[in-house]
Ligand binder design. Structure first.
Ligand SMILES: Cc1cc2nc3c(=O)[nH]c(=O)nc-3n(C[C@H](O)[C@H](O)[C@H](O)COP(=O)(O)O)c2cc1C
Length: 188
């Protein structure tokens, strides 16, 4: 069986981002048959339909094609004001345009991290709504909310909390099975 190519998107640009650390953790604990490459969304310009009318900007086009090639997408995001950080929503808005948008039938897994107690519980349901529009195949469970994230990673970006490691590991195993299940469904 070939390796599953997973693209990671992080909904925070901060160097010290807990969500980025959680994304890195996911890459480290994934089953052996999966690999993670984190795609950068920092340089994607603000969405402008007039620009789109002339064609996708290169930064958005690169992201679209990277996602198209991937076997799955892992989105790990901060929660801003109970919802999706603008920088991530902006990238998703570019990616979502035109009938050939690459999230259609794409397996997706979601996590969130926050210093707050709920771990970004609310952003995940807004994100699911957006991905529903794009016809993405979003893994439902196990959900991963990393609350009190500021206490769960050390200065070397390593996760020090066994419970968090287990939740992330379990989700990645479920994601591998989900991708294979979506493939079988597509083959029907
Ligand atoms: C504009 C803004 C809005 C925020 N809103 C929320 C929120 O609704 N819920 C929450 O748990 N944390 C919220 N926070 C705190 C973030 O969870 C915190 O900054 C976190 O560290 C961001 O993720 P990161 O560590 O990956 O950058 C907010 C932070 C900012 C800057």
């Amino acid at each position: 069986m070939s390796t599953l190519d997973i693209v990671g998107l992080c909904g925070s640009l901060r160097v010290g981002s807990y969500n980025r650390m959680a994304l890195e953790l996911a890459g480290a604990v994934m089953p052996a048959g999966m690999t993670l490459e984190i795609a950068e969304i920092r340089t994607v310009p603000p969405f402008d339909a007039d620009v789109l009318a002339r064609g996708f900007p290169p930064e958005a086009q690169v992201l679209r094609e990277r996602i198209r090639r991937a076997d799955g997408v892992l989105i790990v995001t901060a929660e801003y004001n109970f919802s999706i950080p603008g920088v991530l929503k902006n990238a998703l808005d570019w990616i979502s345009r035109h009938a050939d948008q690459p999230f259609a039938m794409k397996p997706v897994a979601i996590m969130s991290a926050s210093p707050g107690p709920l771990g970004g519980a609310r952003v995940q349901y807004d994100l699911r709504k957006v991905l529903l529009f794009m016809n993405a195949m979003v893994l439902q469970k196990p959900e991963v909310f990393i609350g009190s994230a500021n206490t769960k990673f050390d200065t070397n970006r390593q996760c020090t909390d066994e419970g968090t490691r287990k939740f992330v590991t379990d989700q990645m195993s479920a994601f591998e099975r989900w991708i294979q299940g979506v493939r079988r469904m597509g083959a029907l």
